[in-house]
Ligand binder design. Structure first.
Ligand code: SF4
Ligand code: SF4
Length: 150
């Protein structure tokens, strides 16, 4: 006996939430804005070496826990929209069915695995202005090339 066939999830679906840990600064903005209080984030601060010799050590946040309670999540997408550091993405995966609410809390290792399913962003319009960072880098390259010719 086989179970029901599961249709593939369309690539831009709001299926699950993928976390790119490297981009997360533990700013807590997503947790504060989530209307259902379903994000559990914990972190601590560490001293990092100064940027230049003689400078003061920097304080940086380190992520200890990032979990989403999918028994509460209503898939509004506010957490993804408000993250200033592009650490959260919709992934076209299905949250595994569970029989208890605590089992629907997914931790950072699972959220990271879902990242693999996140589709790349759509290509830019070929006639669009280049992104600000790209335009700035091209300006710097032009200035450097002009200086080298003098
Ligand atoms: S808003 Fe983004 S950077 Fe801030 S804690 Fe949430 S995921 Fe991390
Ligand atoms: S999608 Fe909405 S409800 Fe779900 S974790 Fe994000 S902000 Fe909270």
């Amino acid at each position: 006996m086989t179970g029901p066939e599961v249709e593939p999830v369309p690539p831009r679906s709001r299926g699950t939430i993928g976390l790119l840990e490297e981009n997360c600064t533990v700013c807590m903005l997503c947790a504060r804005e989530c209307p259902d209080w379903c994000l559990h984030i914990e972190g601590h601060t560490e001293l990092a070496p100064p940027e230049r010799p003689g400078g003061r050590p920097r304080v940086r946040n380190v992520l200890d826990r990032f979990a989403v309670d999918f028994s509460l999540c209503m898939y509004c997408g506010i957490c993804i929209e408000v993250c200033p550091f592009d650490a959260l993405f919709w992934a076209p995966e299905l949250v595994p069915a569970e029989t208890s609410r605590p089992a629907l809390v997914e931790e950072r290792d699972v959220l990271r695995e879902w990242l693999a399913a996140v589709p790349p962003p759509p290509p830019l319009d070929p006639l669009a202005e280049p992104a600000e960072e790209v335009a700035a880098a091209e300006r710097l390259d032009r200035v450097a090339a002009e200086r080298a010719q003098r």
